[in-house]
Design a protein around this ligand. Structure first.
Ligand code: HEC
Length: 245
């Protein structure tokens, strides 16, 4: 293959990987923002899977740019020789040396960056949200398990009415949370939604209400009796139905 079509192919591959990067970057920023990996998919792929495509596309782009630089090496050497008179004394060799020096600096910087990122990772003193901490299952075992569907308006809402509405209702919205509004339970807050339908272990609500959210100043005040927690657990595991009234 002559140089011309090959250059065109390289440029088209570069454009394709750049567009893939931009498109997947958009997906990771807007439709699937952070903390949606466990709960949402787009066209069958989770946030982490989109992230994998994103990073492979950026690696492919990097590779293509390296090939591009190699293909245009003579041109780059000539440019450097013309621009920087200090290398003119060395003739063609001066330009080559300057090009190699540039590459060496870039590789050193990349190596230092990789080293710094590997050494720089730290474990948080307090995890951002205690998603990995299982709810207090001991609290559930004291009550007998319930079978069947829970009636949201007859059983669940009365619990919220009795225990939460004074601080999280129409008059006061402590922490910006309302226990009488559906979206406040299912949309992401503090990094994850309170309720993940069908997944009580992954639902922060049960952590909070069994007193297991240690970062919370009012953790003790949020404790509910075991039978009410069990009711909420059954409600969540059976799909967290919140029908319109
Ligand atoms: C006496 C007032 C009071 C009552 C009653 C109360 N809360 Fe809270 N709640 C608070 C306060 C104060 C905070 C601030 C968070 C903290 O303490 O760190 C809060 C925070 C929260 C948060 C935000 C924490 C987060 O991680 O997103 C949620 C969710 C919450 N409460 C749910 C409930 C639910 C559900 C009930 C009922 C079972 C309830 N609360 C009952 C006072 C109350």
């Amino acid at each position: 293959m002559s140089r011309g079509p090959f250059n065109l192919l390289i440029d088209m591959l570069a454009a394709a990987s750049l567009l893939t990067m931009v498109a997947t970057g958009y997906v990771l920023r807007f439709p699937l923002p952070p903390a949606t990996n466990r709960t949402h998919v787009l066209w069958g792929l989770s946030r982490h899977e989109w992230g994998t495509i994103h990073s492979w596309a950026s690696l492919v782009l990097l590779l293509i740019l390296v090939i591009h630089v190699v293909l245009h090496w003579d041109w780059i050497v000539t440019m450097i020789r013309h621009r920087f008179t200090c290398f003119q004394g060395g003739g063609a060799d001066g330009g080559k040396h300057a090009g190699l020096l540039t590459l060496a600096v870039l590789f050193t910087l990349a190596g230092l960056f990789a080293l710094a990122t590997h050494l720089g990772v730290r474990q948080r003193a307090v995890p951002l949200h205690p998603l990995n901490e299982p709810p207090d299952h001991a609290a559930f075992s004291t009550a007998s398990p319930r079978k069947g569907k829970v009636d949201f308006w007859k059983e669940v809402m009365p619990v919220f009415q009795a225990s939460c509405i004074t601080c999280h209702g129409p008059t006061r919205q402590t922490s910006g949370f309302r226990a009488d509004q559906r979206e406040d339970f299912f949309s992401s807050r503090n990094g994850a939604p309170l309720v993940v339908p069908g997944d009580s272990a992954g639902s922060r609500l049960l952590n909070i209400l069994s007193g297991k959210q240690p970062a919370m100043k009012t953790a003790a005040a949020h404790r509910l009796p075991p039978d009410e927690i069990l009711l909420l657990k059954t409600w969540i595991d059976s799909g967290a139905d919140w029908p319109a009234r």
